[in-house]
Each structure stands twice: as structure tokens, then as C-alpha cells.
Design a protein around this ligand. Structure first.
Ligand SMILES: Cc1cc2nc3c(=O)[nH]c(=O)nc-3n(C[C@H](O)[C@H](O)[C@H](O)COP(=O)(O)OP(=O)(O)OC[C@H]3O[C@@H](n4cnc5c(N)ncnc54)[C@H](O)[C@@H]3O)c2cc1C
Length: 401
């Protein structure tokens, strides 16, 4: 079996893995990222790049180049609850360079990171290469077993990072305990074409038993239709025509296009999970991003939390790996630093899931706008608080090296 040696092997070329790969290579540390797919062109990963992530780009001197990629900028968040138009967040007062949420297809974001990382000779990206297990020497993880275009291979590394997402293979292989926090919903993911006469982007529409979110991807709408967990059979049983009618009711201007959903193959089920590991590390192995803590789509913060994990990891690992090998203390320090923001964010997501989403999905009558949301509408200054929590998160990280 061919064997390759690198200092840090990262499984997973998502936001966490690509960002950490870039930061380590930039610091001159030899790093190999394994991505099981042949490209970044998957459309079910969310599109929101928040001010905290763009501040990191600014600190790296990359913000202008990043914003040259196709994106749209959302400075305030609004939505529709029942018949009320509601204002939810105002990002324009945040103390950062980019005072907006950038909606950028995630493949653009990842492709940008890959292009920047490739400038450094220490960066190696192996596409079409799936991590299948870990290599151990006693308790110490010493590498990754993988399958690439030429068959099985082994990658030896003094540090392995599991950034392979919610269904992490490495996390399972290492026997980590996952604590499930529960999610009452799943998401149906579909796309419909855009017409010049469509209204501008809204955050979404909440109505009796229904939550519908639309992301503007220039020439089409990427839509998320929220259903109760396990409710897919019920949706299927009602039939595709009923589903199309439902979309047309929630967004009447899409009625002339719902036939683009030709079969259930055009409606993908994304299961939502919220969980986290008790311990994020083992000797020689560290989990970050969704592999350490799967995030709910609530607030669109998962990508940004994954990036923050990567920045914090680089801040801790770079000085240590320049001087020698990362220690268990370094891995423990990383968990200590990132566990609190993760718990706080998941706590808020779970509160929204249980108090708002579950209630809406159960409601048969008219959905009333909660008083707290009404207050946001009445006092614009209050909209800065949700903007701060969503846009910056808890304990935002900064580039140190
Ligand atoms: C329905 C839904 C919508 C969401 N919408 C948003 C949103 O709008 N904004 C937001 O910020 N967050 C959103 N999230 C959350 C967000 O997608 C995640 O939190 C974020 O992608 C985590 O990044 P990551 O790098 O840790 O993992 P991932 O993005 O999952 O990346 C993992 C990468 O590893 C690769 N991989 C997996 N297994 C292997 C393997 N064995 N070997 C090699 N490679 C492997 C995968 O192909 C992938 O590229 C959403 C989540 C859901 C469920």
C-alpha cells in the first residue's frame, strides 16, 4: 500500500478542514487535506458567510479577493410570520469591516480557500480521497487509512484532524461518544428558477405548520422547506402535486414554476442533527467543526463556527508545531477554548428549535408574531443584538500568526 508522510493530515475539505489546511500551510507546516469528493460542487451545505468569518479574511489580507467571488450582501434580516412582515437583525453597526452576511455558494468559498492555500508549498489537497480509518500505534493515532483514485493508501502524520463533518468516519473509528441534543425537524432542499419580477430576498416565511426559507443564488432560488423530524413519509403520501401547491401557497410568485419539481428526486431530504462530543481529542487526533459538534441550520452559523474552530486550532497548534510536536495539552486547550462558544450557540439553536420551530410545525391555526419579535420591529436598536449573536458569535477568533 503506498504510504505518504505529512505533519498534519486533515480528513475533510469542508469549511473547517480547508481553513485549517490553509492556515497551517501559510505558517509553513506541511499539511495534507483529504476530500472524498472530486469537487466542491455540492449544493446542500449552506451559503452564509458571516461578519466574523469575513473579519478573519480581513486579518489575512484576503477580504477584497474573497468578495470578488460571486455573492450577495444582506445587511438586515427580515421575514414574514403569518401575514406580518418582520425585521429581525441589523448588521450595519457591527465593529467589523464587512457589516453584512455574504450569501456565497459554499463551493465558491471552498474553492477560494483551496486556491489561496495552493500558493503555499506546504499545502497538499488530495481530492477523490476518502479517509476510511485511523492508523494507531498503541493508543497513539499515527495516521489515516484512505482510499484514493489509485486504491488504498496510508498517510502517516504526527497529528490527525477529523474535519469530516456530521457523519465523521474518523470520529467513529476512534470510538468517540456523541451526545445527541435532539432536533425536531428535517429539511427538504429544492431549487426553483428565478424570474426578474420576483421580490428581493427575504429570510423566509413562517405560517401555520410551515417554515419556508429561500436563498437567492442569482439565477435560481435554493429553497428549504422545514418538516417535523421523520415527517417525510407523510409528505410523500400526500403526493407531489400537493407539495407543489404548498410551495405555491407559501410563495405565490413561484406558482408558475413549481412544475420544475418533476419528481421526488428534485426534493432532497437533509436530516438535521445537533450533537457534540464529550471529548474532542485522543492522543494524535483532534475533531473540529461538525465532526466535534453538528450544528442545526438555525441562524446559519455552522460554517462560521467551523471556521472559528480552524482559526483557534491554528493559533494553538502553529507555535507548538513550529517548535516540535503538538501535545495532548494543546488539544485539550483547543477544546477548552471552543467548547463554550459551541455550547452557547447550540443552546440558543435548541431554544429556537423547541420554542419556535416545534410550535410552528404543530400549529394548525394562524401563527402570531411573538412579542419579542414585535419589539425588534418597534425599536431598531434592539436588532443589533441578534445581529451580534448571529454575525459575530460567542468568542470570535482572530488570526495570531
Ligand atoms: C440543512 C442544513 C442547512 C444548513 N445551512 C447552513 C447555512 O446556511 N449556513 C451555515 O453556516 N451552516 C449551515 N448548516 C450547518 C453547516 O452545513 C455545517 O455546520 C458546516 O458545513 C460544518 O463544516 P465542516 O467543515 O465541519 O463539515 P462539512 O461542511 O460537513 O464538511 C466535511 C467535508 O468532509 C468531507 N468528508 C466527509 N467524510 C469524509 C471522509 N471520510 N474522507 C474525506 N472527506 C470526507 C465531505 O465531503 C465535506 O466536504 C446547515 C446544516 C444543515 C443540516
Amino acid at each position: 500500500m503506498p504510504e505518504l508522510t505529512t505533519r498534519c493530515c486533515i480528513a475533510g475539505g469542508g469549511p473547517a478542514g480547508m481553513m485549517l489546511g490553509f492556515l497551517l500551510a501559510r505558517a509553513g507546516i506541511d499539511v495534507t487535506v483529504l476530500e472524498k469528493h472530486g469537487d466542491f460542487l455540492r449544493d446542500f451545505r449552506g451559503d452564509t458567510v458571516h461578519p466574523s468569518t469575513m473579519q478573519v479574511m480581513q486579518e489575512l489580507g484576503l477580504l477584497d479577493a474573497f468578495l470578488a467571488r460571486p455573492h450577495s450582501e444582506v445587511r438586515t434580516l427580515a421575514g414574514q410570520i403569518g401575514d406580518d412582515q418582520v425585521q429581525l437583525a441589523d448588521f450595519t453597526h457591527l465593529p467589523v469591516q464587512a457589516k453584512f452576511v455574504a450569501f456565497m455558494p459554499q463551493w465558491e468559498f471552498l474553492d477560494f480557500l483551496a486556491a489561496e492555500a495552493r500558493r503555499y508549498p506546504a499545502f497538499h489537497l488530495l481530492m477523490n480521497t476518502e479517509a476510511t480509518g485511523i492508523v494507531r500505534d498503541g493508543d497513539l493515532v499515527t495516521g489515516v487509512a484512505a482510499t484514493g483514485p489509485d486504491g488504498p493508501q496510508s498517510i502517516r502524520a504526527e497529528l490527525v484532524i477529523a474535519a469530516d463533518g456530521r457523519h465523521s468516519t474518523l470520529r467513529d473509528a476512534a470510538g468517540f461518544q456523541v451526545v445527541d441534543r435532539g432536533a425536531p425537524m428535517d429539511v427538504l432542499w429544492l431549487r426553483l428558477s428565478k424570474s426578474p419580477s420576483d421580490p428581493g430576498q427575504t429570510l423566509g416565511r413562517i405560517d401555520a405548520g410551515r417554515i419556508f426559507v429561500m436563498l437567492d443564488r442569482d439565477d435560481y432560488w435554493q429553497c428549504a422547506y422545514v418538516i417535523r423530524k421523520g415527517g417525510i413519509d407523510e409528505v410523500h403520501a400526500k403526493g407531489l402535486d400537493a407539495f407543489r401547491d404548498e410551495i405555491g401557497r407559501l410563495a405565490p410568485y413561484l406558482r408558475d414554476r413549481v412544475h420544475e419539481l418533476a419528481s421526488w428526486d428534485d426534493v432532497k431530504l437533509l436530516t438535521v442533527a445537533v450533537n457534540r462530543l464529550d471529548t474532542w481529542f485522543r492522543p494524535g487526533l483532534l475533531c473540529i467543526g461538525d465532526a466535534a459538534h453538528a450544528m442545526s441550520p438555525v441562524g446559519g452559523v455552522g460554517i462560521n463556527l467551523a471556521v472559528q474552530d480552524a482559526v483557534a486550532s491554528a493559533n494553538i497548534l502553529v507555535p507548538r508545531m513550529r517548535a516540535g510536536k503538538a501535545t495532548m495539552e494543546n488539544l485539550r486547550a483547543l477544546q477548552k477554548r471552543r467548547e463554550w462558544p459551541t455550547r452557547m450557540t447550540q443552546g440558543l439553536q435548541i431554544a429556537v428549535q423547541n420554542r419556535v420551530i416545534s410550535n410552528v410545525l404543530r400549529t394548525k391555526g394562524t401563527v402570531k408574531t411573538p412579542w419579542a419579535v414585535k419589539l425588534l420591529g418597534r425599536y431598531p436598536v434592539l436588532r443589533r443584538l441578534p445581529a451580534r449573536i448571529i454575525g459575530m458569535g460567542f468568542r470570535p477568533e482572530h488570526i495570531r500568526h
